[in-house]
Design a protein. Structure first.
Length: 76
């Protein structure tokens, strides 16, 4: 869900009107594309999450451990 929330603004900048003309959206534009876009974004987010996300989990986890160890060192 977090990845979907991060991706959504990026896809909001993609043009959806214009029919089958060039620049008319990823799949030709129109109301259909606009309607299905949230599901498309969530599918991309699920694929990203299933393949390691955006690579932040390990560095964040390691930093949290460092902070926890530092707190233990100062509290004893």
């Amino acid at each position: 869900m977090a990845l979907g929330a991060l991706l959504q603004p990026m896809f909001e900048t993609v043009q959806t009107n214009g029919g089958n003309k060039p620049g008319g959206g990823m799949f030709g534009g129109g109301a259909g594309e606009e309607m299905w876009r949230p599901m498309f974004v969530q599918a991309i987010a699920k694929q990203m999450a299933g393949h390691g996300g955006i690579g932040l989990a390990v560095p964040v986890f390691n930093r949290m451990l460092q902070m926890q160890e530092a707190q233990r060192g100062t509290s004893t």
